[in-house]
Design a protein around this ligand. Structure first.
Ligand SMILES: [Zn+2]
Length: 270
């Protein structure tokens, strides 16, 4: 027998509240104590794309008449897996790594830590992040599995592709990124980091030729989120990351809707 949805909901709610120990997530989230913060850039003709990759574009836009004055609209689009705000699956830099559809949800809904190094970067497109830059958080015990997003202060340049990628006259790229030293610390210090985010186009510095941070992270099973939208302020600790990449079965990555659920009052807990 199929129960109407509202009866099923009532039974489920009853089960939760009579258990005495489990609190419904709905009762926690929807009481005006939390806000939802979108960390995703919109997908359109301004989306940042890698030099040899497909930009985002509608390749077919249809309006179809269905009679009686009605119509439906339907678009086809083309994009690289790695255009705009997107996830890199471990397979992107590790032939034995997981495809994007295989990343478990337990690694995609996790505590979010923002490491704001923008004042150290100071708009320097050739900045490379080393361990000593992270002295302020080096002894933090993150505890649970978590996602660290590094804020280089680059989202303000996103509407100027040349500036954002730091494209030089010789076609080189110049934007901040992580050193191998930082990635080694992340993957070996038992801090349970499951993913790395950056507000630039790559976790490696733009000038990198061997993609050390990508390779080390992929071998350790980490995923990346690139071109994170950090245009607005967000608490450094206490938010929950919701990372939902398009579930492309054999994808090396994919477009993502990345949001955070944050307590409105400052929390220091991870
Ligand atoms: Zn990528």
């Amino acid at each position: 027998m199929v129960l109407p949805v509202y009866i099923t909901c009532l039974i489920l709610s009853f089960t939760y509240f009579t258990s005495g120990t489990i609190q419904s997530l709905n009762s926690i989230l929807f009481n005006d104590n939390y806000e939802f913060i979108d960390l995703t850039h919109p997908f359109d003709e301004t989306s940042i794309y890698w030099p040899d990759a497909q930009s985002f574009e509608f390749i077919n836009k249809k309006i179809v008449e269905v009679g009686d004055g009605g119509q439906y609209a339907l678009n086809d689009f083309a994009t690289s897996e790695h255009t705009g705000t997107h996830v890199d699956a471990p397979y992107h830099f590790n032939e034995h790594g997981k495809f994007v559809a295989e990343i478990p949800l337990e690694k995609l809904i996790v505590p979010l830590i923002i490491a704001d190094v923008s004042s150290i970067v100071n708009d320097n497109p050739n900045f490379v992040l080393y361990k000593h830059h992270l002295d302020f958080m080096i002894n933090d015990n993150f505890g649970k599995p978590c996602l660290i997003v590094f804020k280089f202060g680059w989202s303000k340049f996103v509407h100027d592709r040349n500036k954002y990628l730091g494209i030089g006259a010789d076609k080189t790229l110049n934007f901040p990124g992580l050193s191998g030293e930082v990635m080694e610390w992340i993957t070996t210090s038992y801090k349970n980091v499951v993913g790395i985010g950056v507000d630039v186009s790559s976790i490696d510095p733009g000038s990198s030729q061997n993609f050390t941070a990508h390779r080390m992270g992929a071998v350790a099973g980490l995923y990346n989120i690139e071109n994170v939208n950090l245009s607005r302020s967000i608490p450094e600790y206490g938010c929950t990351a919701i990372v939902m990449p398009m579930k492309i079965s054999k994808g090396t990555g994919g477009p993502v809707r990345f949001v955070a659920i944050c307590p409105k009052t400052i929390s220091t807990g991870v």
